[in-house]
Every structure is written in C-alpha cells, then in structure tokens.
Design a protein around this ligand. Structure first.
Ligand code: GLY
Length: 368
C-alpha cells in the first residue's frame, strides 16, 4: 500500500487531537459533527468499552506520548466498576481487558493491570458449560433463557484465557479456550466456509437446538462481522497453541470471505444481502484485514495479505475521515442487519483499522 507511513502519521496526529478533546470519555460512536459520545455513565459494562483505550495503546506503542497513556489508563480504571458488577460481566471480557489491562501490562508492566486481567480471565473461565463445551455468551435477567447461547464473536475473547495461562503457568485457562474453539469449529463453521453467528445449546445436555440469524440477515446467511471474528479468532487460537486445525479453519473462512468481496472492496453487513442494499460494515472489513494479515504471515500465502490490502485501501480511499477536527476515523459501520441505523462511525472499526495498518507496516503491538 503506497503512502502507508503518511496515513499512519495522519492517524497518529488526529488521534492525539481526539484524545485531548475526549480525555475523560469512553467513546462508542460520534455524532454528525464528529464528536464522540461517552459510555461512562450510560453503560460502563458495555462490551466495546476497551476499544478506544486499545487504540490509544496501539498508537502509544507506535510513538510514546503521555496523553495517550493517560487516556487509556483512565478507561482501564473506570472499568473496575464493571469488574465488581457480576451482572455486567459477560463473555466479552477479552475485548475489554485485553485492550486495557493486557495492553498496559505489555507496554508498562503494571502489576495492577496484571491483577485486573487475571480477575477477568477467572470470570470468563467460569462461563464454560461442561456439557456443551462452550463459553456462554450473554447474560439474562435471571430466568436462565440465555444459558445456552454461544456466539462466534467469542473466538476473539479466547486470547484472554491463553494469556492467563501464559502469565500463571497454569494450563486450565488454555484448556477451556481450546475446548470452546473445538466446539466452534464443529458447530459454527459450515461446509462452504461461512459461519454461524449464534448457536443455541441445551445447557443441560449440550445438544444443539437452534442456529438463529443473530446480527445477520437471517438463519443460514453470512453476517460479515461474524466471518471476520472467525478469520481473526481462529488465527489467534493457532498463534497461541500452534494447533494447525485452527489455522486451516481460519483459512476456510477467509477463502469464503475473499470470494465474496464486492468489486468496490467495501464490505456489506451480510454477504447474502441484496446487491442494491447500501448497508456496509467497515468494522468487518478492518477486522478481517487484521485476520488476513496474520493468516498471510502464518501460511506464507500472499493472497491473504493482498486481500487485506484491498480492504484497507477501499476503507482509506472511500470511508475514512482524516479531518483532525473530528473524532472518528471510519464513517460506514453497522451493528446488525436488522437495525434502524447503518453506515455510521463505531469505535471498534477505528481500532481494527488502526491495528491493521500498523500490522501492515510491521509496527503494531500484539494485544490479543
Ligand atoms: N460482539 C458483538 C458485535 O460484533 O456486534
């Protein structure tokens, strides 16, 4: 990708300005003027609350700056309210504490961060269902209705367990991560390489009872972000364990993804949606690019890194706001196909876009 270093410099400068303006916030999205919102008092347990800190740490790793560190450390401390709230702890602890405490531990060696990371890992391990061999995804209001839910996104949370095993010299966490990854390979990945978003198990017997459409268009469709979680998530499980089955599975999902990239290089919300439907998900593109770059490195197959560059170039040229007066980077992200709102900024799109560009330049800090 030509001009990659110039682009990274622009993102660095823009993020410094955004960090200055938003020092005490936990952003999720930006309004029409490019001003970040703040999740601190709306929902401190929200699953995306680690991404802005992760972005600040990634850029701190690129070039140290006290402001970036201060902003990230403040978010990590705020998430202690979440760690103490059992009802707010779900399977997304990897997203939250790898990008805050894990990053801080890697870049500063903080003991407090190590402590938080291990508490979060203990909680995540406790969500494992022995009968179905899956990690339960979401909570419910106490009626047990979600006890059988597992989702492909969880592949991105497993590195919290791998990291906990590495830190404690105790394989228990890794065993749970591998058991979940094995279940995901068998139950989520379809013969054509696409994957389910949600699999519902009977929590008493472990039998699969349903495969609903989740955030995609419907049952049997291919929610693009789910495919991206699969590509990157299975590659990460390979990176932590060396198990080639995980890498082969990531390759299978990647081949499906690459075969469905539209001519524009911009990724829809669901690969099965009507070609005339304008809804996009830049997060799926950016996260898939991260996974494809890792997969390219792992397999030595150039087609994966070439596909990643194609996705990143399309985002950069058509869907990236580099104006330093506005907070967000990506402009076209979507939470789900059946949602009232589409094509708006969401913070984890910016995180994965930045991580992917740093990865491409060989400058990222490995946080997963
Ligand atoms: N993990 C939920 C999502 O990707 O929207």
């Amino acid at each position: 990708m030509h001009d990659l270093n110039i682009l990274l410099e622009k993102i660095y400068e823009k993020t410094l300005k955004a960090a200055e303006r938003n020092l005490h916030k936990i952003p999720y999205t930006a309004d029409g003027n490019g001003n970040f919102d703040d999740m601190t008092d709306i929902n401190v347990c929200w699953w995306t609350n680690g991404f802005w800190a992760g972005m600040l740490w990634q850029l701190y790793g690129y070039r140290e700056n006290g402001l970036l560190r201060e902003g990230a450390e403040e978010i990590e401390a705020k998430l202690d309210r979440n760690l103490l709230d059992a009802g707010g702890m779900d399977h997304d602890s990897g997203f939250k504490w790898l990008l805050t405490s894990g990053a801080s531990l890697t870049l500063t060696g903080s003991r407090a961060s190590r402590n938080r990371l291990l508490l979060a890992a203990d909680n995540l391990a406790g969500r494992f269902n022995l009968m179905g061999k899956y990690i339960r995804a979401w909570n419910d209001s106490g009626d047990g209705r979600n006890a059988g839910l597992a989702i492909i996104d969880c592949m991105m949370n497993l590195p919290l367990l791998y990291r906990a095993s590495e830190l404690t010299n105790d394989p228990r966490y890794r065993f749970i991560a591998e058991a979940h990854a094995h279940t995901a390979m068998e139950r989520f990945v379809r013969p054509d390489g696409s994957c389910e978003h949600i699999v519902v198990f009977d929590p008493e017997t472990g039998t699969v009872v349903d495969k609903p459409g989740g955030q995609g268009m419907g049952p049997g469709s291919a929610w693009t972000r789910g495919q991206a979680w699969g590509i990157y998530g299975f590659t990460l499980s390979w990176r932590h364990t060396g198990n080639m089955d995980y890498l082969d599975t990531a390759g299978k999902i990647a081949d499906f993804f690459i075969a469905h990239i539209p001519a524009s290089g911009l990724i829809p919300v669901d690969f099965m949606q009507d070609t005339g439907c304008p809804w996009e998900d830049g997060i799926a593109a950016a996260c898939a690019a991260c996974g494809l770059l890792e997969l390219g490195r792992a397999t030595g197959e150039e087609r994966y890194s070439m596909a990643a560059e194609r996705l990143l170039t399309a985002l950069w040229e058509k869907r990236c706001d580099l104006d330093p007066a506005r907070d967000n980077l990506l402009t076209h992200c979507s939470v789900a196909y059946h949602d009232a709102r589409h094509n708006f900024p969401i913070v984890y799109g910016d995180y994965f876009f930045t991580e992917a560009l740093l990865k491409l330049a060989g400058r990222e800090t490995f946080l997963w």
